[in-house]
Ligand binder design. Structure first.
Ligand SMILES: [Zn+2]
Ligand SMILES: [Zn+2]
Length: 274
């Protein structure tokens, strides 16, 4: 199996001195029996511009990944990736960044919508119902815009804000706790028509929500609508989380009916058996 979504100490959301090196992530991947790992550090483009996150050291990451590719050749496939957040807020700069390095895989994320830094940093409890419903709608709109922009290989962790809504006890508007099909149908249809992989992100299994992002119901909905193209990632921010939840997610995906998962090299997609 591959872990297509991991972060090193270069990621701006990891405090200095915490986190793991590229090499440590790779050693952890080998220890848990993975065949490949994608290093996909955060590049939340507007958050960096506005000074909320430190600049990403693209050159340092690239250098470390090239060294890891060489060191682990024949033992582990090491992919150079990036998790591009809010590309549609600065589409020209985002496209330029993707031209700057020979990436293997580009993850497309929406961690924030215009007006907030990140759902993780937003005091959702202080919002009125109208405000938090509007934020949710903006999230859906901006994901659709990201797909329309299209210069990504994988759409990551759909339902991301749900983690923060549930943490604040917000479950009542059309049942985001258990379903959400009514919200995500246009997004899932767009993922399929654009040929972009949908991520099964296992980080929620390590958190209070206790499920992948998206959850089993939405993954089943994707399958029912014809989606077969799945990328799996732990979203590890430390070496000890590399590969976590991937076996569990694989079993769930097979039960739904999926047979393959996607891997990427030089932004070309291949499929391997689950
Ligand atoms: Zn993310
Ligand atoms: Zn991530």
């Amino acid at each position: 199996m591959f872990d297509n979504h991991t972060h090193t100490q270069y990621s701006g959301d990891i405090p200095p001195g915490k986190g793991s090196s590229v090499r440590e992530l790779c050693l952890s991947a080998i220890a848990c029996g993975l065949q490949g790992i994608a290093i996909t550090d955060h590049f939340d483009i507007d958050g960096i511009r506005d000074g909320f996150f430190p600049p990403l050291d693209h050159e340092g990451i690239y250098r470390d990944i090239l060294a890891a590719k060489e060191e682990f050749a024949g033992k582990l496939t090491v992919c150079h990736g990036i998790e591009l957040g809010q590309a549609t807020h600065m589409p020209t700069e985002a496209a330029e960044q993707l031209e700057s390095y020979p990436y293997d895989i580009v993850l497309g994320s929406v961690h924030a919508v215009r007006g907030i830094i990140d759902f993780a940093d937003t005091d959702i409890a202080s919002l009125s119902k109208n405000e938090y419903i509007r934020l949710w709608e903006q999230y859906l709109e901006e994901m659709l815009a990201t797909l329309e922009w299209g210069n990504i290989d994988v759409l990551t962790h759909i339902t991301y804000p749900k983690r923060y809504y549930l943490a604040n006890g917000i479950t009542e508007f059309p049942n985001i706790k258990d379903r959400g099909r009514e919200y995500f149908e246009p997004i899932i249809k767009s993922v399929i028509s654009k040929g972009i992989s949908l991520e099964c992100n296992t980080s929620g299994l390590r958190q209070a929500m206790g499920e992948c992002l998206p959850n089993r119901d939405l993954l089943s909905f994707y399958y029912e609508l014809g989606g077969r193209d799945i990328s799996i990632g732990s979203d590890a921010h430390h070496d000890y989380d590399v590969g976590k939840g991937i076996n569990e997610a694989t079993e769930m995906l097979k039960e739904i009916g999926f047979t393959h998962y996607a891997t990427f090299a030089s932004r070309k997609k291949s499929f391997s058996k689950l």
